[in-house]
Ligand binder design. Structure first.
Ligand SMILES: *[C@@H]1O[C@H](CO)[C@@H](O)[C@H](O)[C@H]1NC(C)=O
Ligand SMILES: *[C@@H]1O[C@H](CO)[C@@H](O)[C@H](O)[C@H]1NC(C)=O
Ligand SMILES: *[C@@H]1O[C@H](CO)[C@@H](O)[C@H](O)[C@H]1NC(C)=O
Ligand SMILES: *[C@@H]1O[C@H](CO)[C@@H](O)[C@H](O)[C@H]1NC(C)=O
Length: 456
């Protein structure tokens, strides 16, 4: 028995190594294809099967995203305020505008807030009490995204106070007579956990009033994000947050088996991996109660998220030294996602503020290029670097919402062409595999199933 098993494993190993090497693009082949195809690929219809694929959920196969059997590498963006803007007829057009601009530079994924707790234009006015008009605004965002062929990562609560966040949940709990002492009680108190779960259940079961599609059935939604940038400073061991992630990832999956789930982490290394903390941007990062590898090993979490903010984590003034940090920060996480997690990793927020001392736009272009090139370097070999989402894309005339990081494409031609080129390159990888290595992708997937099954 042992011997037979060994032989079968060996055969599978051979299939894997063979198929992996045939899905790796050697660079000369890539360049030849790139040269021939860059211009023709700007038309989506040439990528093959796109119409059909829009009705399919994004899934993961090993360390890649796939739609059906075709890889789905991501070039995307954040615009957090879409629901709020959609809630008012006078600003609703901005939602369509940003999707239109993003899609004109080939972006296919947008991350945005599916929460606004207890604040101005709240979605959730108080626990379990929803504003139907704001919910309709979220419906509009989802239906408009579909129209522009953009998939959404919807985040379900904030760590920070903007748009309510965990502090608002704690206020609700205190008003209900609970003895709460810290905003981090959000993670541990059973009543606050039940408030959050109710929000999850309400959003996932929402029937979109524009499309009649239930959110949990809607392939326009790329993934659910448990929380924007969770931190639990009150427990630097990471245990409190770990328990919360376990419970909530499982809860989301219990309602919605179809969609992918990610946590929303910034990516700091924690106590479980002392050998990795050298990659953190500063000493403080390992004490915020998060733990990149351990957190992402939780059952139900499908892909990893990482944010990149050297101007907030290292020093506010612009420095060329931030660029090598970005590269090593990304490569460390890509390596972890390959070696320890077996999942894709998305760099879900990155950018630089124009308010930083020493800022200039060519520095911003350099920074974006650094992120994009690091992704491509992984993509080329079928690695875990699955994509990035710039923070953040704005349409014209929304300057009053700008936190310094906004990119207005019409005002930034050089940035637009960098974004556009990245989209085209990733689209090329996506289509290359479907056209040229369809079978080996299948074989690879088959093997991965067996491999992961054995490891369990
Ligand atoms: C509230 O909780 C704190 C810390 O858990 C405890 O020290 C305090 O006695 C509690 N207060 C009441 C009124 O129960
Ligand atoms: C949604 O369903 C309602 C009631 O069944 C129907 O009247 C309406 O036309 C449907 N709308 C769409 C966009 O399918
Ligand atoms: C922009 O800022 C970077 C980083 O400080 C600097 O190296 C570069 O020379 C600046 N470029 C321009 C055009 O000012
Ligand atoms: C590409 O990635 C590999 C593996 O992470 C790294 O060793 C190499 O330096 C990278 N190359 C470039 C040009 O960034």
């Amino acid at each position: 028995m042992e011997n037979q098993r060994g032989i079968i494993t060996l055969i599978l190993f051979l299939i894997l190594t063979k198929s992996i090497s045939s899905t790796e693009f050697d660079s000369s082949e890539y360049e030849e294809w790139e040269g021939r195809s860059l211009s023709s690929l700007s038309s989506r219809s040439e990528m093959g099967g796109v119409e059909e694929d829009e009705r399919e959920m994004v899934q993961t196969k090993g360390n890649q995203f796939v739609v059906r059997d075709q890889p789905f590498y991501v070039n995307g963006f954040n615009t957090y305020w879409l629901m709020i803007f959609a809630a008012d007829a006078s600003t609703r057009g901005k939602v369509s505008e940003v999707f239109k601009h993003a899609s004109s530079v080939g972006m296919t994924v947008c991350r945005t807030w599916a929460f606004n707790d207890g604040q101005w234009r709240a979605l959730q006015k108080s626990p379990s009490v929803y504003d139907e008009d704001v919910f309709k605004a979220l419906d509009f965002v989802v239906s408009e995204a579909k129209k522009y062929r953009i998939r959404l990562i919807l985040s379900l609560v904030n760590n920070w106070e903007a748009y309510g966040g965990k502090a608002q949940y704690v206020k609700w709990g205190t008003s209900a007579g609970l003895n709460l002492t810290s905003d981090d009680d959000f993670f541990s108190h059973p009543t606050l956990r039940s408030y959050y779960k109710n929000h999850v259940k309400t959003v996932l079961n929402r029937v979109n009033t524009y499309t009649n599609i239930t959110y949990k059935e809607d392939p326009t939604i790329f993934a659910w994000e448990l929380m924007n940038e969770p931190r639990c400073n009150s427990d630097s061991s990471g245990d409190t947050l770990q328990e919360w992630i376990k419970e909530m990832a499982f809860y989301v999956k219990s309602i919605d088996m179809k969609h992918l789930v990610e946590i929303g982490l910034e990516g700091f290394y924690g106590p479980s991996t002392p050998q990795r903390v050298q990659f953190n941007p500063n000493q403080f990062a390992q004490q915020v109660g998060t733990d990149f590898i351990r957190n992402h090993q939780v059952l139900g979490v499908d892909f990893a998220s990482v944010h990149i903010y050297p101007d907030s984590w290292i020093s506010q003034s612009i420095a060329d030294t931030h660029l090598p940090f970005i590269k090593s920060w990304m490569e460390a996480h890509i390596e972890d996602a390959e070696k320890y997690l077996g999942m894709p990793v998305v760099f879900a927020e990155f950018g630089v503020s124009s308010k930083d001392p020493g800022y200039n736009s060519s520095y911003r272009d350099n920074l974006i290029n650094t992120v994009y090139k690091t992704i491509l370097n992984s993509t080329k070999t079928g690695g875990s670097g699955a994509g990035s989402l710039v923070w953040q894309l704005f349409p014209d005339g929304t300057d009053y919402m700008d936190d310094g990081y906004s990119i207005v494409l019409s005002k930034s031609p050089s940035t637009s062409s960098i974004i556009s080129l990245q989209s085209t390159r990733l689209a090329l990888f996506n289509s290359l595999c479907s056209k040229r290595c369809h079978w080996s992708c299948k074989k690879k997937r088959m093997f991965q199933k067996v491999l992961y099954h054995d490891e369990l």
